[in-house]
Design a protein around this ligand. Structure first.
Ligand code: ZN
Ligand code: ZN
Length: 352
């Protein structure tokens, strides 16, 4: 097999050839059919997350070891399965749930492996899908995606799941309440695609780019959009909601500007869900969350059950897909540059 390896943070990925592993126990070997390029691939490649000011968290300190093959949004075809693997046979097409944990802690045992303190997430801590093959540690992490195109299905493993889990955390919302979504990138688009399956609340998507907002309106016409470049965002939302504010805000960008706006526009009893990893600091007057009974929380990817729910919804409702562009695997480095520059609308996917 061969894979595009990250051997030094910030340096070009390199093709490496090595022996194809033989799956043992419950392991499954898949031939990669499609692998989404995620903004967090960029952070891992660069080696750090910005915290705001001059501070950074280095991914190395979080346990990321090199060499590493990136890619955690993977659809593949089963090539071989270990003797104890269940539910798959060679030739089956499967989506991989990449947020694999240790398998034994309380989080792993209660379907929250994404919270595990000894994570083995594919493409983050263990080798992922920028490769010809990928080895999955257990057949339980494979999902049937019959009927969905590979390049559409792969991004549900991270972008779709993260958006869906954040949306679920912001529920329930009634028809006369307002949900604000910040950032019409890959995550925001996925949220717009599925939001009507969870609530009939008013939904307003904020972004600074008209082309992205146009795509949002095409995807789900009853989602309102607001271009926030220039104007006073909080004042605009207050005006749009008759001074009530937003009952929930999901911040898919989550930098110091968007987080401050999100906090500022919350209605009484409102909830702010922080998702994006763009970095920055947030300060606010401490009595406000108490006086307004606010909830401020984070959300990181989602559970295996949530991914199963999401795939079931997408299959059953035949929702209009988020725009996807495919690129040959050799273009991974160029694509990461485009992701950094915010030039991708929807999702970018590598194919062999
Ligand atoms: Zn665990
Ligand atoms: Zn991701």
């Amino acid at each position: 097999m061969k894979s595009l390896q990250l051997t030094e943070f910030g340096k070009p990925l390199q093709w490496k050839e090595y022996e194809t592993p033989q799956p043992q126990g419950r392991e499954v070997l898949l031939r990669v059919a499609a692998c989404g390029v995620c903004h967090s691939d960029l952070h891992i490649w660069e080696g750090y997350y910005e915290l705001g000011g001059d501070e950074r968290i280095y991914v190395k300190e979080r346990g990321v070891d090199l060499p590493l093959t990136l890619g955690h949004e993977v659809v593949g075809e089963v090539e071989a399965a270990g003797p104890d693997a269940t539910g798959v046979k060679p030739g089956d097409k499967r989506l991989i749930y990449p947020w694999v944990g240790c398998g034994t802690c309380k989080y792993c045992r209660s379907d929250r492996p994404q919270m595990c303190s000894k994570p083995r997430s594919l493409g983050v801590y263990t080798n992922g899908g920028y490769a010809s093959h990928v080895l999955v540690p257990d057949s339980q992490y494979l999902l049937n995606i019959d009927g969905l195109p590979d390049e559409q299905a792969c991004s549900y493993a991270c972008a779709g799941l993260t958006a869906y889990s954040a949306l679920k955390k912001s529920m329930p919302l009634e028809w006369d309440e307002t949900l604000v979504l910040i950032g019409a990138g890959g995550l925001g688009m996925m949220a717009v695609q599925v939001v009507r399956e969870l609530t009939n609340a008013r939904v307003i998507m904020l972004d600074v780019d008209d082309a992205r907002l146009q795509t949002v309106r095409e995807l789900t016409p009853d989602v309102e959009t607001l271009n926030t470049s220039g104007g006073d965002v909080v004042a605009s939302i207050m005006e749009m909601t008759g001074q009530k504010g937003a009952n929930a805000v999901i911040d898919f960008v989550n930098n110091q500007h968007t987080a401050a706006s999100a906090f500022g526009m919350l209605a009484k009893n409102g909830q702010m869900v922080m998702v994006g990893l763009f970095g920055g600091k947030l300060s606010f007057p401490t009595p406000v969350p108490a006086l307004k009974n606010l909830t401020i929380r984070g959300s990181y990817t989602g559970s295996l059950t949530e991914l199963r729910e999401l795939i079931a919804i997408i299959k059953e409702k035949k929702l209009r897909p988020v725009p996807v562009k495919t690129y040959p695997m050799d273009e991974a480095a160029r694509l990461l540059d485009q992701v950094r520059d915010g030039k991708i609308i929807g999702r970018a996917v590598l194919t062999p």
